[in-house]
Design a protein around this ligand. Structure first.
Ligand code: ADP
Ligand code: ASP
Ligand code: MG
Length: 870
């Protein structure tokens, strides 16, 4: 036992409410943490009210006990639950305290006698309240015995439930509500009694003096009620994760800690499925503006989530994706009745009578479908059957279950819809029963079959990051991922960028001149080696359209790359820069006859992607080996404008025209020796190339003359913090497995971006700043879409850093813009940077691919020059 000596508290010392959840109170090791944490708060001069849940699993056990009809079974169940407490008491090296003994006896009694005159529901509430009554009694004994005198308080003497008109007996007893008004008298009474208190979560007392429950997970709400009653300085929710994450971290390892949220956002995340906070626990805190902090009991050093009243200035962003399972949909078909006066009133009246609260609503001409959320409803009864029977009198009823609701939450949801096309495409492949957008513009919800959710969530989370809808770059809001905080030792940090170690050199280069592209050659060579290591690939062509700098072409030739060109100009650039031995592929699109004439004079292998050249200029190809680019009927990639397959794209010969092409080639005397497909760019899923490869191989087998399959490029590099890089080992594995099935074909690839994107940065200088409205700040730099058009063309994301102030806190939200007379001349929206000044050097990352090559002299501004760092 240790002695904790503290100066006495003044009468008006602030209150801090600390709530510890089920896992936080289940072992003696956790109780030592609680002791430490509570003692620290007390030592800092606060009066402490500890609110505890039942030991984990106990409430479930008590619920189970209530289902037994035989007294003997109930008594056995009570004894087993008592044993858990005896065991913890023994671990704590304590003898049975009187408070706990009384509770155990009480529970044994309730179990033995059964509901009796109390009535079934009131009895259930009394029984289930014992989880918290017992854990708090244990806690009081442990804390007091270890040097922190702690008074046991009966929460029912502080929290009085109110009977609301929309509740029935069941909800009044098992899912009760309290209206917490500031209670100066309670605060004074407690202050007179002591300094540290412990009480129960989950329970309250109704007007008739009966014990009532606040609904499953309701201890958080108890803490909030008490925080509001006492006008606490803060309510702390101590649990088994460091805070609220952007998705359930047990399902999505890449979920990010949300460091700051306002009440509304946090409320929305909690009520749409994030179990870490009980959905009712924020509303009591809003009016008195009591902040709430979520922390990990086992890792108190982690920052946690701070929730408060301030709606902060930050980038419009999806903050979280949550899911609720166990959703029941009630579909009501009303042959023509639905527009009748009173129909909806009748329907909703039935829900009210059965104590069921409706969550989402969808309506059509003759149908209304609503969802029932298990966290707001006590669906574990036959309530639904009774409701359906009742509703059957006014309409045809169909119950659809089990469903799950997947919700995207964030402020300004509607302004983000354009970024959600990838997410919507995922849902497009499923049976979506209901889509609902909240009227407060904070969420959009999709109701789907329950069994698809677990697989979908990690994918959707990743898609949201990739689309820039979940703004993981905003480090004020988004903290580390769950994996980084808790993963098995291996921190998944974003790969360090070469330029972070070269700031002085870059500043010196910018001093000489801006705007300026700088390329780091070792980064390019390293990427080339990763591609060379793909054992199933015979030849890798650099798609030179990504970057035609002669020094880069030369370095890549040294690394054993071949080259893919799409114009006579590119052919000339390659031939001027690389040795004769480097193979070249010419795969143009809508190229003129003269382009083919020029290409045929070089050593390039020619690819054709339309019928016209072979049909009308067949003579050119007589006696030649050619490749045929096919359109496999679908496109892929990070933006509509980079997808190069399907009828919406101008590339490739559609599958139905392949036979005609072959006939024409045969007539022209050309040999079709290769098939080629390329679906788009920025693809991070290794499985994709396996699919293309096997599709091409199957086609090639049918054709007969083919010996080469070019499975395209499109290998992506992650651009948003938190995106998972392409798994090269998986890619190798996928390709090898297809190769085993089709060993007769050579395999070619043609990546561009993958080789050079990360190697290049664009340096520019701040020219000026401009403010508009209350919070919009433009930061102007000395180049824009004339140097880097990707943001304007594809909504592409490029990292932006102020390297004159590298390492300083990024405190200011900027719209980073160039000097071109176009509204689209924006290089990055809502970027948090250090407060920036004229002449600061701004670095735009990942600009090595499709940067300089796409630049123009628009507005007659000089093009950026290019510098190689060997
Ligand atoms: P306690 O017993 O401490 O009240 P809960 O189990 O009720 O703890 O809540 C914590 C759990 O909530 C986490 O362990 C996690 O599994 C789950 N959870 C679901 N969604 C989220 C989310 N978005 N962020 C954090 N935790 C979440
Ligand atoms: N013990 C209760 C439950 O398991 C309340 C809580 O833990 O918050 O639901
Ligand atoms: Mg909980």
């Amino acid at each position: 036992m240790r002695e904790i000596a503290n100066a006495p508290l003044s009468a008006n010392a602030p209150w801090i409410v600390m709530k510890f959840g089920g896992t936080s109170v289940a072992t003696v090791a956790r109780w030592r943490n609680i002791l430490e944490l509570a003692a620290t708060r007390r030592a800092e001069g606060a009066r402490v009210l500890i609110v505890v849940s039942a030991l984990s699993g106990i409430t479930d056990g008590l619920k189970q006990l209530c289902t037994h009809t035989e007294s003997k079974r109930r008594s056995e169940a009570a004894a087993a639950l008592a044993d858990r407490h005896h065991a913890l008491l023994a671990d704590m090296a304590l003898t049975m305290p009187e408070t706990l003994g009384a509770r155990l006896a009480d529970l044994a009694d309730l179990a033995e006698t059964g509901a009796g005159p109390l009535g079934e529901l009131a009895w259930q509430a009394r029984v289930q309240a014992h989880g918290e009554l017992m854990s708090s009694a244990l806690g009081a004994a442990f804390l007091s015995a270890n040097g922190l005198p702690t008074a046991w308080l009966d929460a029912r003497d502080c929290l009085a439930s109110v009977a609301l008109p929309n509740q029935n007996e069941r909800t009044r007893l098992l899912s009760a509500m309290v209206e917490p008004h500031y209670d100066a008298e309670l605060s004074a009474r407690l202050a007179a009694q002591g300094e540290v208190f412990i009480t129960q979560g989950f329970i309250a007392r109704d007007e008739e003096g009966r014990t009532v429950l606040l609904g499953r997970g309701g201890s958080d709400t108890s803490a909030a009620y008490l925080g509001a009653l006492l006008r606490a300085q803060r309510v702390e929710i101590w649990t088994d994760v460091a805070g609220m994450f952007s998705a359930n971290p047990r399902q999505v390892a890449g979920a990010r800690l949300l460091q700051r949220l306002d009440y509304e956002e946090a409320q929305e995340i909690a009520s749409t499925g994030a179990k870490v906070l009980h959905p009712r626990c924020l509303s009591p805190l809003r009016e008195p503006r009591v902040p709430l902090l979520i922390k990990d009991t086992n890792r108190p050093e982690l920052e946690g989530t701070a929730i408060g009243p301030e709606v902060r200035e930050h980038a419009p962003s999806i903050k979280a994706i949550s899911a609720r399972k166990g959703i029941t949909l009630i579909s009501m078909e009303s042959v023509g009745m639905w527009q009748q006066v009173g129909f909806l009133a009748d329907v909703f009246d039935a829900f009210k009578r059965h104590g069921l609260s409706v969550d989402l609503i969808g309506s059509a001409e003759t149908n209304v479908t609503v969802s029932l959320d298990p966290t707001e409803n006590l669906l574990d009864s036959d309530a639904i059957a009774a409701l359906a029977a009742d509703l059957a009198r006014v309409c045809r009823v169909k119950v659809i279950a089990p469903c799950a609701a997947i919700t995207l939450v964030g402020r300004g949801m509607r302004s983000m819809l354009h970024k959600l096309s990838g997410v919507l495409a995922e849902f497009g492949q499923l049976r979506v029963h209901l889509i609902s957008q909240s009227s407060n513009n904070l969420n959009i919800t999709f109701v789907v079959d329950e069994d698809v959710v677990d697989d979908m969530l990690p994918r959707l989370h990743e898609l949201l990051i990739g689309a820039g809808a979940l703004r993981t770059d905003d480090s004020l809001v988004f903290g580390p991922s769950w994996q980084a905080l808790y993963g098995a030792g291996e921190q998944v940090l974003p790969p360090a960028q070469w330029w972070q170690g070269d700031i002085p050199k870059l500043l010196a280069l910018a001093q000489e001149r801006t705007p300026r592209y700088v390329y780091n050659v070792p980064t390019i060579r390293a990427q080339a080696r990763r591609l060379k290591a793909l054992s199933a690939v015979d030849r890798v062509h650099f798609a030179v359209k990504a970057n035609t700098h002669p020094g880069i072409l030369k370095a890549l030739a040294e690394e054993g790359m071949a080259f893919e060109c799409v114009s006579p100009g590119e052919l000339a650039a390659v031939m001027a820069a690389v040795p004769e031995s480097a193979p070249i592929l010419f795969t143009p699109n809508f190229a003129a006859r003269r382009d083919f004439v020029a290409a045929l004079k070089t050593r390039a292998t020619i690819g054709i992607d339309a019928l016209h050249p072979i049909e009308h200029w067949g003579d050119l190809f007589a006696g030649r080996d050619i490749m045929l680019r096919v359109d496999l009927g679908r496109g892929l990639g990070h933006h509509e404008k980079v997808r190069t397959g399907g009828t919406g794209s101008k590339f490739g010969v559609p599958i139905e025209h392949i036979d005609r092409f072959l006939t024409l080639a045969h007539e022209a005397g050309a040999r079709v020796i290769g098939l080629h497909a390329h679906l788009g760019s920025g693809i991070l899923d290794a499985a994709h190339w396996g699919e293309v490869y096997s599709q091409l191989a199957a086609l090639a087998e049918r054709i007969g003359s083919i010996s080469i399959l070019d499975i395209g490029g499109g290998l992506g590099v992650p651009s948003h913090p938190g995106e998972t890089p392409l798994d090269m080992t998986a890619l190798d594995r996928v390709l090898k497995s297809v190769r085993q099935a089709y060993p007769q074909f050579q395999v070619w690839m043609e990546p561009g971006r993958f080789l050079v994107a990360d190697a290049g940065v664009l340096l520019a200088r701040v020219t000026q700043e401009k403010e508009k409205g209350a919070s919009v700040r433009y930061l102007g730099i000395d180049t824009g879409m004339n140097s880097l058009i990707r943001p304007a063309l594809y909504d592409a994301w490029h990292d932006i850093a102020n390297i004159s102030r590298f390492g300083e806190a990024a405190t200011t939200m900027y719209q980073v813009v160039g000097p071109i007379c176009e509204s689209g001349d924006v290089l990055g929206s809502d970027r948090r940077l250090p407060e920036s000044k004229e002449d600061d050097v701004i670095l735009i990352g990942q600009a090595g691919a499709y940067g300089a090559v796409m630049s123009s002299r628009y507005n007659l501004r000089d093009e950026a020059d290019e510098v190689l760092l060997p």
